[in-house]
Design a protein around this ligand. Sequence first.
Ligand SMILES: Cc1ncc(COP(=O)(O)O)c(C=O)c1O
Length: 450
Amino acid sequence: MTREDARTIDRRSFIARSGAVLGAATLLAGCDDASERAAATSASGQEAFDPTDWSSVRGEFELSPDLVHLAAFVLASHPRSVRTAIEHYAAGLDEDTNGYLSSNEVALDDQVRSAAAQYMGADASDIALTDSTTMGLAMLYSGLELRDGEEILATTHDFYSTHESIRLRSERNGNSWRKIDLFSDSATASVDEIVTNVERGIRPETRALAITWVHSSTGMKLPVRAIADALQEINGDRDEDEQVLLCVDGVHGFGNQDVSPADLGCDFLVSGCHKWLFGPRGTGLIWGHPSAWERVVPTIPAFAPNSMMAWINGRGDGPAKLSPALDQTPGGFHSFENRWALKEAFEFHDAIGRDRVAARTQELAQMLKEGLSELASVRVVTPVDAELSAGIVCFEVTGAQAPEILTQLRDQNISASVTPYAQLYLRMGPSIVTSETDIDKTLDALSRIV
Ligand SMILES: Cc1ncc(COP(=O)(O)O)c(C=O)c1O
């Protein structure tokens, strides 16, 4: 039997089961609730995890104690519960890959979506699972329905993943796109300046606004809600299919801010789960408002039961829509052990508290910004205002190149990064794996360098 035959048969049983299992699975994850996990941790001789204690949170990671991890947000290290879950699923797959997959795939995927929905304060059926932010952005911008003459508006502050997804789509379909500046200087920008530039940038032919929640170039956190409110005014005068969709690359806010997609007021929130959320490497998601999902055609076949059956039966009238969660999640086999352990990452954050993570991140970032601003040759480019900043802190040093300083910091056991943009800044991200002592060490190290 070929892989495709087996897959089809598995998918048939999946089709038969899918209605019943959606939202109703109890499964084999390492330990299914936090108290069981805590008990197991104690039994194994490890100190029990106390989510109210930041040093206990840090202790869940195997990040080297010899380094200050201010670039941990670039790609996640996994906390213990995530590592354990990955090992558990990998063992199941290694033992009986086909059997394990057939018995568990649908329900485990469903558990991940439910955990994501719980964490986000959203509906599980609106969440498509991906492997990264980049995959989500590419799917979104490739699949967005645009007619001739309609355009996507992006900003000059977005990352490569947004710009290239839109550019490649435009090359294929001939739709135009533009980039606008939202502010002239991140350090002094205001909500008014940003919103006014959005309003000026929108044209009658604009159908989507692509923005980035927290800029990895400067640390600016956009006032997404205020932008959404401005768009609502503009959309009020438009027919439904001409409304401007607000599409957000959310990766540097997701996992360190205490807001839901509804709070943000966006139409799409695209994120990886392997940065600030410290989820399994190679995981991500797209949340979309149900009416916005209606304007996106899937790019990668989903293997959803409807589309699979339509294909088996020669398509007929085409597949009936199920939900974005099933229709818009790319199909094909995945690194399942990582995908399924994403549930544990959301639960880890839920146990600590989304509000506490946000407050901690902000507090450490503020402490870092204040310390940096006392160093004469340092200019912080991230806004001081908590309304316009999150965990990323960017700065420059007069008379020195960012990569040079980065190396000197690394020599003093401080792990930071440099912005991957034309303008190079030093970039640090205090997070749940750093402490006040780490910020002090960093400022001491810098004061010896600059
Ligand atoms: C703003 C922004 N978006 C997207 C990405 C890419 O994320 P991913 O690796 O999840 O595709 C990055 C950096 O890695 C980024 O800084």
